[in-house]
Design a protein around this ligand. Structure first.
Ligand code: PHE
Ligand code: FE
Length: 291
């Protein structure tokens, strides 16, 4: 059954990926046997480069689980990751051809199924890729699904996404996704660490996010996040810092409906300056290299 291909909002770029064999829910086969030796090698190089900078930068929940992705020398089979992930937290990874519609995405999350893009970036995109590929999705997102609290947060997000669609509130939820799941920082007693997939899978942004004097690091506040726009084509101007995944889960557990109604008429908040009395975190100490 063929489904319609998906691209980012107003993009005129042709969609990546083959949607012709996707099912109605946009999942497909991984077809692991189709990866070339060059692709396995490039995945291994991407993995090695990122894992080297993980100690001292990635949060401990990520470091504890990244080994579950298997040996880094080839693109893993999604099925084998799903086996151990399902035992750990009841989640599974499923293959998708690329970006999928919001409704399909949230439905999968609500059923504890995380969609992972099957294709790998081209060699020209080694350092930077606009759309999520198999490396970003696996390395960035899957390790934290082994953490029980984060796993529950992601499912709650799926359910919340389905609800927000009916309330015309997806824009707000997209900001929450961006500032937590993709670009979130966590404060530990050894300093700030990264848990957001977009940062974990990026070459330069880990150091920038944690240690550069440039960006703001704001204490997580739900309403502030929902009202703060973001950019998708450059390093962030602001990051939001949680103290724990439980804090994140608890802060987002209440029904958002009244909140959506309350902020619907309110203007967006600045991403490059603090509001009166707003708490920020200093960058991690140590040699600062602005990337
Ligand atoms: N509590 C939110 C709601 O009622 C759902 C949600 C949970 C959204 C966690 C995002 C993250 O809409
Ligand atoms: Fe992502």
């Amino acid at each position: 059954m063929a489904v319609a291909p998906v691209t980012y909002g107003s993009s005129t770029r042709p969609p990546r990926g083959d949607y012709s064999e996707a099912r109605d829910d946009y999942t497909c086969e991984q077809h692991w046997e189709r990866y070339t030796p060059e692709e396995h090698t490039m995945y291994a190089r991407l993995f090695e480069r990122q894992i080297k900078r993980a100690p001292g930068q990635a949060c401990e929940e990520f470091i504890a689980a990244v080994g579950e992705l298997g040996t880094a020398d080839h693109i893993p089979r999604f099925e084998s990751i799903s086996d151990s992930l399902h035992r750990a937290t009841g989640w599974q990874v499923v293959a998708v051809p690329g970006l999928i519609p919001e409704h399909s995405f949230f439905s999968l999350l609500a059923h504890r199924r995380f969609p992972v893009t099957v294709w790998l970036r081209s060699p020209a995109e080694f350092d930077y890729i606009v759309e999520p590929d198999v490396f970003h999705d696996l390395y960035g997102h899957v390790p934290l699904l082994f953490n029980p609290v984060f796993a529950d947060y992601m499912q709650a997000f799926g359910r919340g996404g389905l609800k927000a669609q009916g309330l015309q509130a997806l824009e707000y939820l997209a900001r929450l996704y961006w500032y937590t799941v993709e670009f979130g920082l966590i404060a530990t007693n050894r300093g700030l660490r990264v848990y957001g997939a977009g940062v974990l899978s990026s070459v330069g942004e880990t150091h920038y996010a944690l240690s550069s004097p440039g960006p703001l690091r704001l204490a997580f506040d739900l309403k502030r996040v929902l009202r703060t726009p973001y950019k998708i084509d450059d390093y962030q101007l602001a990051y939001f810092v949680v103290e724990s995944f439980s804090q994140l889960f608890d802060a987002t557990a209440p029904d958002f409906s009244p909140l959506y109604a309350e902020i619907a008429d309110q203007p967006v908040l600045p991403v490059d300056s603090t509001l009166h009395g707003e708490r920020t975190y200093p960058p991690n100490a140590g040699k600062v290299v602005v990337a």
